[in-house]
Ligand binder design. Structure first.
Ligand SMILES: [Fe+2]
Length: 293
């Protein structure tokens, strides 16, 4: 027996159909937002830094960008907007904490021109990430990728620190800047550039440490530094509790994003600018500005 248009059976079927449409529409909207809206919706975050822990000149402004991931899913246009937003914060010092590419480096000259805008304004330092020397590419690919990214950064007049330390004059004071090699690619060697802690005293200069993967902080804890800047996690890329922790590629899930205080030192993990696979949900790409004092 068939139902008439106004029969109870017909109303139930219509409600189920409308509910399916609503759920499907919401799913499509969330998917479109995750793929096409949020990955390019940059957020500027200002993070105060305690001068008792990092005794740099008062008011020092450090721009922290990470995980630019120029490649199939991240455009140079997005990176340039991040650079412009960062420069609008009037930084005294700029730190880039690795993963400059996804896959093979392309458009080197154009990419270098965008990054050179940073070094033209303030002393700019970088460390490398796992994607800049990806192990999966094999020994030949690894070397080729690293050389290409190092070449890009040199072209952009950015000082790349691979287990190296510099002294820099900023805002009427001096500080040390060190950069470690990447953990996953076996290049993380803090002993090559940091001084072991042997007693209660601290170094004479405030010490900023660039280190792509926050898990690598454990190896750096026996050495002098005051403020560590990391990326790598992309904040988990999906800001859903439980899922972000599962996705973020770190052992220590308490260091996925934000500022942490550990053993009298500070560790800042930025969500980064780019992403993998071009998706972000409730975890916007970030331009981080750290301000001392
Ligand atoms: Fe990354």
């Amino acid at each position: 027996m068939s139902s008439s248009p106004s029969s109870p059976g017909s109303r139930t079927t219509r409600r189920a159909f409308l509910a399916t449409l609503a759920i499907g529409g919401a799913g499509l909207s969330a998917g479109a937002y995750t793929r096409y809206a949020e990955p390019t919706w940059l957020e500027v975050s200002e993070i105060p830094i305690d001068p008792a822990i990092f005794p740099a000149p008062s008011g020092l402004r450090i721009l922290h960008l990470s995980d630019l991931h120029f490649g199939p899913h991240v455009s140079l246009e997005l990176i340039e907007r991040a650079v412009e937003l960062g420069l609008a914060q009037r930084p005294d010092l700029i730190a880039l904490t690795g993963d400059f590419v996804t896959g093979r480096l392309r458009e080197t000259e154009a990419y270098a021109a965008v990054l050179r805008r940073l070094s033209a304004v303030a002393p700019t330092f970088a460390c490398l990430g796992n994607h800049d020397a990806i192990v999966a590419a094999g020994p030949v690919g690894e070397i080729a990728r690293t050389a290409a990214v190092m070449g890009l950064l040199r072209l952009a007049q950015i000082d790349v620190l691979v287990n190296e330390t510099r002294e820099v004059a900023v805002r009427g004071g001096r500080l040390k800047v060190s950069g470690l090699g990447d953990l996953w690619t076996g290049q993380n060697h803090p002993a090559r550039c940091l001084t072991p802690i042997r007693g209660p005293g601290r170094e004479s200069l405030p010490h900023l440490l660039l280190n792509h993967n926050p898990d690598a902080r454990l190896a750096a804890m026996p050495y002098h530094w005051d403020l560590m800047l990391c990326g790598h996690t992309h904040g988990g890329q999906v800001g859903v509790p439980g899922l972000a922790e599962w996705i973020a590629p770190v052992r220590d899930k308490s260091h996925i994003e934000g500022l942490r205080k550990r053993a009298g030192r500070l560790i800042h993990i930025t969500r980064g600018v780019g992403s993998l696979y071009g998706v972000r949900f409730w975890c916007r790409p970030q331009v981080s500005l750290l301000v001392v004092g």
